[in-house]
Design a protein around this ligand. Structure first.
Ligand code: 4AD
Ligand code: MG
Length: 478
């Protein structure tokens, strides 16, 4: 039965009048007891079925409702109607699954994103989420292609770990200990020796440390997997479970790292521009429509496609953290006290600062380098000034930080100094230090937040709308 199925996308691209095909999908609309708009997820566009009279009984006609699933056999014909070149003249229609119109939540009208978040099990069937998740797929594919073509090895870093890669203490515990009867040590502390792994374990916040190990054998590696952060950030940019791509390269310095990150972002966006035109057009229009309700000064200066094309074409701006602080302090925003957080050398840039730099000042992606050592992770390489580290963050318009990366500290003594200063336990991390003991090399890498790049490319305002099932504070549905 299913082997005969033709996807709508294929018919729209390659079909010609006279083709005999079988399609299967879900009804979007049904009008005049004759025209069925059907979707099978392969394309942004609905496909029109023209149903000659008498194919279905009166009672079956009533079962053609929004959301019902159908198997339709017929002949491809040139459409006389507007909006499509081809349609299907049905010769037989089989109803595979009914959809009670009184109960089906997705009626053919505009639903709010908030409403659809509650119906995340069905929202894949809408035009917006169809487009978002086809683009998400394309980006994932483009990422693997980009690295594969450059000889990188895809490394599957572990999900359960005993080390805090970022040293920020934002980890979800993994345990099989009974919570109502925790085993205690003589010192009255929880006895993790009795836990499943015989030690305290968590979900990983990053695959970087393991990627560093592999990079010192393969040269170039990348991870692409789920990562978890128990940070209580209820924003449109944060998830408790998100996917991250982390390339790690031996024999790379910070400059090489920036060059790769920039080429990488451009290549994957270009891939979507080349392969998801219809989905992008749909989302661009959706965004333009949405922005009409905003005050003029809050609207984007560019459409979605122009923005993406500009990012692919223009070199990213590159500035140091110190320059960023100077720009912010010289800004009218600062002088008029429009920033909520103060701007001083040494602060962690807040998202309002990052967005000022990219959206108001440079109007394109910006790479900020050489951050104060105190606000960055222990593994970053100390610069010659003794005050800053070889970090780099890429900031994107509308998003803020999209990439975080650095050259790593490959000098054992310097790394030990920094770990001690930042209270990172060295005893359990001998494996990480061994890389500096045996054939250490300059190396660098970065992490791209997958959902943030999907947000950037699709123009979706809320990160919950670019991952199938969002995990955020106090929310773990589906
Ligand atoms: O800047 P971060 O914390 O860097 C790391 O984890 C490094 N180990 C990466 C590396 O050098 N290999 O995170 C990297 C990126 C951020 O720039 C952001 O895009 C994304 O991961 N990210 C999040 N995305 C969604 N929700 C969250 N809670 C995120 N936290 C970070
Ligand atoms: Mg970061």
């Amino acid at each position: 039965m299913f082997g005969q199925r033709k996807k709508i996308k294929e018919i729209l691209q390659h079909g010609i009048a006279g083709d005999k095909v079988t399609i299967m999908g879900w009804v979007r609309t049904f009008r005049n007891n004759q025209f069925i708009a059907i979707q099978d997820g392969s394309s942004q566009r609905n496909f029109q079925i023209v149903m000659p009279e008498g194919i279905l009984s009166e009672s079956d006609l009533k079962r053609i409702t929004t959301g019902a699933s159908l198997k339709v056999k017929g002949e491809v014909v040139n459409s006389t109607g507007k909006g499509q070149a081809l349609e299907l003249k049905a010769t037989s229609i089989e109803i595979l699954g009914d959809s009670d119109p009184e109960k089906y939540p997705l009626q053919p009208k505009k639903h709010s994103l908030e409403f659809l978040r509650e119906k995340a099990h069905l929202r894949f069937r809408t035009n917006t989420f169809g487009a978002v998740f086809r683009i998400r797929h394309s980006l994932a594919f483009a990422i693997h292609q980009f690295f594969h073509e450059r000889g990188f090895i895809y490394l599957h870093s572990p999900v359960i770990t005993a080390s805090d890669a970022e040293g920020a203490g934002e980890m979800f515990r993994v345990t099989t200990l009974p919570l109502d009867q925790l085993p205690k040590t003589e010192e009255n502390e929880i006895n993790f020796r009795e836990d499943f792994f015989g030690k305290s374990t968590h979900l990983t916040v990053s695959g970087q440390l393991e990627a560093e190990l592999a990079a010192t054998a393969f040269g170039d590696v990348y991870t692409f997997g789920p990562t978890f952060r128990a940070e209580n950030s209820n924003t449109t940019r944060h998830l408790a479970e998100f996917w991250m791509i982390e390339p790690e390269m031996a024999f790379y310095d910070i400059e090489d790292n920036m060059n790769l990150a920039e080429a990488f972002i451009k290549a994957i966006i270009q891939f979507v521009l080349d392969h998801n035109k219809e989905d992008l057009d749909f989302l661009a229009e959706r965004l333009a429509e949405e922005e009409k309700s905003l005050p003029v000064d809050k609207r984007s200066e560019m459409g979605l496609l122009e923005k993406l094309q500009l990012v692919c074409r223009e070199p990213f701006e590159r500035i140091t953290y110190t320059e960023a602080i100077e720009i912010l302090q010289a800004s009218s925003y600062y002088k008029k006290k429009k920033f909520k957080f103060d701007v001083q050398w040494g602060i962690d840039l807040q998202s309002e600062h990052e967005r000022y730099l990219v959206e108001k000042h440079f109007k394109k992606p910006v790479i900020v380098t050489a951050y104060p050592e105190g606000i960055k992770a222990f593994y970053m390489r100390m610069n010659a000034d003794g005050k800053t580290v070889a970090a780099m963050d890429i900031l994107a318009p509308g998003i803020g930080e999209i990439v975080g990366g650095s050259q790593r500290e490959e000098r054992l003594d310097k790394l030990l100094d920094r770990m001690e200063k930042m209270n990172v336990p060295t005893a359990e991390m001998q494996w990480y230090l061994d890389i500096r003991r045996f054939g250490t090399v300059p190396h660098a890498g970065f992490g791209l937040g997958f959902e943030r790049i999907v947000q950037f490319v699709t123009g979706m305002g809320n990160i919950r709308d670019v991952i199938p099932f969002a995990r955020t504070p106090k929310n773990c549905e589906f």
